[in-house]
Design a binder for this molecule. Structure first.
Ligand code: NIG
Ligand code: FE
Length: 393
């Protein structure tokens, strides 16, 4: 088995309990895993050596919430919101119509393009939901395509009730034949529990059906207003409640006493002008917080975890270190994974290297493509641009 030594790491974020951040560090990768971490001066020999010249390295981002199987975009809706229109759950139906009429090749090409875009920005673990098919064949196609790019697939047949379908009939479909068709391709079940989508009782019915099929639970809640479903998510031991923007003090207390993660999605607040969620309040109360992109054509069309980190620091009152933790280790918790989101020996060798001396630069230099190098399962997937010429040179 061949080994690679990464040396000259100016700042290495490992999230290791004893030394979560190291300076002048080195790391050995072997067999797709981290084999050794320590000081550059003590690094063992390896088959290949890459000198990172003082750059910062951190665990690859764990983007635990995306909706990447869709066709078309809704840029017009975004432009209208920027002029005062509000975000409505019903916009989902426009994407459903476009997704249903797209070919499998078109959907796959868009999905692969977005997954590659995420990887280039340092995302090495990606969750992908269905939810723009909303009939048995189109949802089955969505989860099947999602499974071709990731193991973290979520069945979101309960996104909204599709146009022209009776509510009760649709719930029977989602908890019956649609779930039967989708569960073999999925690890998780999710519901959009919100005004204009599904109620707490309806969400419970769908989530319990998924649990009975062996799927883990996640829940979209409290995106657009207060929710009565936070206690439900905790009762069902949901891995994550996502959005979690409009929480009561009791909701915060319930989450803090549970192992359900609150996954915050600042791209949504950016793209809808909704008030920024106060991450500080959640963290100070003891809630585990993750950050994710929620990449979708309606409420947050970005795959950029660096941008998500920058928004969380500037607008949600997280420290840079908290935001980096939430976008890596937090995402791993939200997916109940202990092999990603950190870089101790034994972890997957999923590493993002920055063209910067510290991870703080992710927030300090918003919008700048700082990720220069990405390893995924020990394989170099993104390499620095070969020619970086200064104008005139
Ligand atoms: O997470 N909230 C529900 N689903 C997506 C939005 C989907 C859409 O608008 O197309 C979200 O924000
Ligand atoms: Fe979402």
């Amino acid at each position: 088995m061949s080994s690679t030594l990464l040396t000259g790491i100016g700042e290495l974020t490992t999230h290791d309990n004893e030394r979560p951040i190291r300076s002048d560090a080195a790391m050995v990768i072997e067999g797709g895993r981290v084999a050794w971490v320590g000081d550059s001066s003590a690094a063992p020999a390896a088959d290949r050596t890459v000198d990172l010249g003082g750059a910062a390295a951190l665990p690859g981002f764990v983007d635990s919430h995306t909706h990447l199987v869709f066709a078309g975009d809704r840029a017009g809706e975004f432009a209208a919101r920027m002029q005062g229109a509000s975000y409505e759950a019903g916009g989902i139906r426009a994407t459903v119509a476009l997704t249903r009429s797209a070919t499998e090749q078109e959907l796959l090409a868009n999905l692969q393009r977005l997954a590659a875009e995420a990887l280039r920005q340092g995302t090495t673990t990606l969750e992908v939901k269905s939810g723009y098919g909303l009939d048995v064949a189109a949802e089955e196609r969505s989860v099947r395509l999602a499974a071709s790019v990731t193991d973290e697939v979520t069945f979101l047949g309960a996104h909204v009730v599709p146009a022209g379908v009776d509510r009760d009939e649709y719930l029977a479909l989602v908890t019956g034949p649609m779930l039967d068709a989708c569960a073999p391709h999925a690890r998780w079940i999710d519901v959009f529990c919100e005004k204009g989508a599904f109620t707490r009782d309806e969400s419970e019915r769908v989530l319990r059906a998924g649990l009975a099929k062996g799927l883990g639970v996640r829940l979209h809640a409290a995106q657009l207003g207060p929710s009565d479903a936070i206690s439900l998510a905790v009762e069902l031991d949901a891995a994550s409640v996502d959005h979690a923007s409009f929480l009561s003090d009791l909701d915060v207390e319930i989450l803090a006493g549970s192992r359900t993660v609150a996954t915050l999605l600042p791209g949504v607040e950016f793209s809808s002008r909704l008030p920024w969620t106060d991450a500080r309040r959640l963290i100070d109360a003891g809630v585990t917080v993750a950050l994710a992109s929620d990449c979708n054509p309606g409420s947050s069309f970005t795959t950029s975890m660096p941008m998500v980190v920058a928004w969380a620091v500037r607008e949600m009152h997280m420290t840079p270190a908290e935001a980096v933790w939430a976008a890596t280790a937090g995402g791993a918790r939200a997916l109940r994974r202990d092999d990603v989101g950190h870089l101790a020996p034994g972890a997957r060798a999923n590493i993002a290297v920055l063209d910067a001396p510290s991870a703080t630069h992710l927030a300090y230099r918003p919008g700048v493509p700082l990720v220069s190098h990405v390893w995924q399962d020990g394989v170099e997937r993104v390499t620095p641009a070969r020619t970086r010429k200064t104008p005139g040179s």
